[in-house]
Design a protein around this ligand. Structure first.
Ligand code: ATP
Ligand code: MG
Length: 388
């Protein structure tokens, strides 16, 4: 009897004429998530199976598979040669010795068998009942539902529990997005959300060395690493931001500092996006969360965008919901580390809550050499490849 993992994918995106494209992406992503492990991948028309692996490693397999977007659920199953005794014996693995109601549900892809699904189900049910006299059959509300999948190749899969996977769409089916990744709670969650919709993620981080530490940068690298467990490989671009921050500090009204910093971040991100084939920018902004995320602030930030859409997947989420997701995806513990981000360097005491586009443009224009500062920042970018 062999332990295997049965994988189910979302029906929605596997319909229609793009089916083979989506399916290839999904299978590629499954395989790259399992790289370094030994196994065999088996594909049938509506399910995949991971087989021939070391049973002691099953937790590692499940852990990785549960992060692959496009997979909706998995089950641990046993694979046996199709036969009454073999299937019966496998079914017993899922049958605790106590009083309960049960049923056996059969899906018969092998049409060469004489009996139909419900007859086979009744046979296997009989096998179980002989060995578990306290059981009672209940087809409608069974406490225990043992499932048998009889395939065309002479083998059957027997399983019981269903474990939820990440859902969403396979990464790569929705183009690439440039994520503005800080060390906070929000932006990693924003990246996760867009990757779940099929976006490949690249990331940009603004670093104000020596005012922000090496540890602050390492934190962002580590966050990108966690994210790449879901999103696949991520190229992280670390932009030296100190000179620009100095210039803003020196030339612009203190209450507009953060506003202008955001505009310049967006401008640089859009330039990097163009260089690296990204079709969108992604931020972790959430409406009203802080002064720089009021409707007026977002309007002024948006004014710095030239062409690309800016996706803000958290815009309508509460901080608590964001934190819950951060905990669930494994970024929370890193995000809560207390290293300073560039936004907190030279922080003005009272940032403007309702900035205007006109004033922001005027204040920004006071930095006469901004274009060359931006060029220099892009010139000085450090590219870190994560998750390859
Ligand atoms: P986060 O938790 O993502 O840091 P936040 O609540 O701290 O968000 P802000 O600091 O106002 O909010 O940042 C808003 C968004 O701007 C962030 O979600 C992120 O997308 C981007 N951002 C902020 N600081 C940086 C940075 N140093 N590098 C790259 N992007 C940044
Ligand atoms: Mg932040």
């Amino acid at each position: 009897m062999q332990k295997v993992i049965l994988l189910r994918f979302g029906e929605i995106f596997l319909k229609g004429k793009n089916k083979s494209y989506f399916e290839k992406l999904l299978i590629d992503n499954i395989k790259s998530s399992l790289s370094g492990l030994e196994y065999r991948f088996v594909k049938t028309h509506n399910r995949y199976y991971v087989e021939d692996f070391d049973g002691d490693e099953i937790a590692e397999f499940k852990n990785r598979l549960k992060k692959v977007f496009g997979l909706h659920s998995l089950s641990e199953a046993v694979k046996v040669p199709t036969g009454y005794e073999e299937i019966g014996e496998a079914a017993m693995l899922y049958a605790p010795d106590e009083k309960l109601t049960f049923r056996v549900t059969v899906n018969r892809a092998d049409k060469s068998l004489e009996k139909n699904s419900s007859q086979i189900g009744a046979d296997i049910g009989g096998y179980v009942l002989e060995r578990r006299p306290l059981y009672k059959v209940d087809l409608d509300h069974a406490q225990l539902n043992i499932k048998v999948d009889i395939r065309e190749n002479g083998y059957s899969y027997v399983f019981c529990g269903v474990e939820e996977c990440a859902g969403g769409m396979p990464v790569g089916c929705s183009g690439s997005g440039m994520l503005l990744l800080s060390g906070g709670f929000d932006s990693p969650v924003a990246g996760y959300r867009m990757a779940r919709r099929g976006m490949r993620i690249k990331a940009v981080h603004y670093h104000s060395f020596p005012y922000t530490s090496e540890q602050a940068k390492q934190k962002v690298v580590d966050l990108a690493h966690v994210l790449s467990g879901y999103a696949g490989p991520i190229d992280l671009y670390v932009v030296p931001f100190t000179d620009i921050q100095f210039a803003i500090h020196e030339k612009c009204r203190p209450d507009y500092m953060i506003t202008i910093m955001r505009r310049i971040m967006i401008e640089i991100a859009e330039k990097l996006a163009a260089k690296t084939g990204c079709g969108a920018l992604i931020t972790g902004e959430s409406l009203g969360q802080v002064a720089s995320q009021t409707l007026e602030s977002m309007t002024v930030t948006e004014d710095a965008v030239k062409a690309l859409p800016v996706f803000r997947p958290l815009v309508g989420m509460d901080k608590y919901e964001i934190m819950d997701t951060a905990a669930a995806i494994g970024t929370y513990k890193l995000s809560e580390l207390p290293y300073q981000d560039c936004c907190t360097v030279f922080l003005p005491r009272n940032p403007v809550i309702k900035p205007s586009v006109e004033t922001a443009r005027k204040e920004q224009a006071k930095i006469e050499d901004l274009a060359s500062l931006i060029d220099a920042a892009i010139e000085g970018v450090e590219k870190i490849e994560i998750g390859r």
